[in-house]
Design a protein around this ligand. Sequence first.
Ligand SMILES: Cc1ncc(COP(=O)(O)O)c(C=O)c1O
Length: 492
Amino acid sequence: MSTVAPSPAPPDVDAAAQADAEAAFRDANPAFGSTAIIDELRRTEYRRLDARGDVYLDYTGGSLYAESQLEHHLRLVRDGVYGNPHSVNPTSSASTALVERARAAVLRHFNAPPGEYVCIFTPNATGALRLVGEAYPFGPLDRFLATCDNHNSVNGIREFARARGARTAYVPLDTPDLRVTDATLERHLDAGVMARHGLFAYPAQSNFSGVKHPLEWIAPAHDQGWDVLLDCAAFAPTSRLDLATWNPDFVAISFYKMFGYPTGLGALLARVRTLDRLRRPWFAGGSVVAATVQSDTVAPRSGHAGFEDGTVDYLGIPAVEIGLCHLERIGVDTISRRVEALGTWLLEALQRLRHSGGAPATRIYGPATGDRRGARDALTFLHPDGRVVDERFVDLLAAAHNISVRTGCFCNPGAGEAAFALSKERMLGVELSEGMSFDDYIERLGMPTGGAVRVSLGLASNFADVYRFISFANEFRDLADVPPGLPPRVGC
Ligand SMILES: Cc1ncc(COP(=O)(O)O)c(C=O)c1O
C-alpha cells in the first residue's frame, strides 16, 4: 500500500474516487514511490498550481519554474553589479565569469567530453536551428534530409538549403505509429554518399506524438557521410542526453522547456570539428576579432564566440545554471520515470474511454503503448457517430476547468499530415492563398478538424493532474454535437 498522501481533489472531482484511483496506480507502479521528491516539490516550490487550481498539461509548450529558481536569480542580480561583458572592467568581468560558469554547466549537464563540444547561447531552440541552417555549407552537390516528423523550425532549414542549390528530401513516417522504419531510413541515408555535404535533421522526441526517434541513428548516419542535427527541444526536459555516448554534430535546446525560467534563452551544442566547417552569412559585434571598413576585411572569432551576435543575455544566462541545478536536484532520471508511469496510465485511460453504446470516445495519434515514447499524447475526442470533436470546443471546455493543454498541429505539419492521412495528392492544388481564412483552407483540404489536442507531462506533474484530465475527458462521452459559434482558427 502507498504511504504517500493522495494529492488534493478540487471541488468538481470526487475526492474518494481520486484517492482510490491514486492508491491503485501507486500499487501498480511501485517505482513511482521513488519519485516522491516531486510530490514534495508540488507542495512547496510549485504550490501555486494547487493554490490557483491550475491543471498544467502543456510541458512540451513550456516547463514550469520553481520558486527557488526565481529567488536565487533575484538575489544574484540584486546583490551584484554586472556590466556588459564586452569589456575587461570589474563589472564586465563579473558578468563574463557568470556567463562562462553557465556555459560550463550546460556542457556538464549533457556530459559533453571536454574540448569536443561548444555551447552557443541563442534566444531559443529555433535560434540554434537557424544558426546551423544559415551557416551550413550547402551547395549544388549537397543534401538536406529531414524526417517528416519535425518542428517547423527544422523544416525551415530546407529554404536555406534550396536557396543554395542543395537537394532536399523527407523521410516518411509509418502509420499509425508515426515512427520511421529501419528500412526506410536506410534507403534515405544511402543517398548521403552521393553528396559533398549532407545534413540530416530529426527530433530525439516528437513534439506531436511523443515518439522517441532512436539516438542509434546517429552512428549509421555518420557512416554514410551525414552531419546530424538532433532537435532535443522536446526530449531534453524529461530525458537524459549523454554526449559522451551519442555524438550528434548539432543539438538544439530551449531552456524554458527544461525548467521554465528564464524564457528567451536556448543553446546550440555543436561538435567543434563540424562547427569549423560552418560559414556564417554575416558578422556582427561580438562575433569578430576585427573588421575593417576601408579594406573590407573581417576576422571572425573562433568557437562559440563566432556564433553569438551582439551582447549575450548576461543577466538571464546565470539563471540557466540555477535552472540546471534545480533539474539535477530532482534528477532527470527521476522525472523520466515519473512521467513514463503517469503517461502510460493516462494513455491507457484515454484508450479505454467509450461512449455508452461502446464506440471509442478518443483517437490517439502515434504508438498504442508508452514504449519508446515521451509522456505526451496527441489525440482527438470523437462523437458517438465517429466524427471528430472540434478542437476549439475542447479548448473552451478545458479553459472552463482551468486545464491548460495545447490544440492544433503544434508547428509539426509533417506529423499532422501523417496522423490525419493527408496525402500529397490531396494537398496539391489546395493552397492557402491570399485572403483565404485558415478555416476555409482546412475545409478545402477535407480535414475533419483543425488539429489534435496535446496533453504533455513534465517535471512537476502529479497523479491529480492526469486524473483531472481523465475526469474532464469523461465529459465528451455521449457528446452528440458541439455548440455553434466557435471562434475562427487563426492558423496551425
Ligand atoms: C521539437 C521542437 N523543436 C523546436 C521547437 C522550437 O522551440 P522554440 O519555440 O523554443 O524555439 C519546439 C517548440 O515547441 C519543439 O517542440
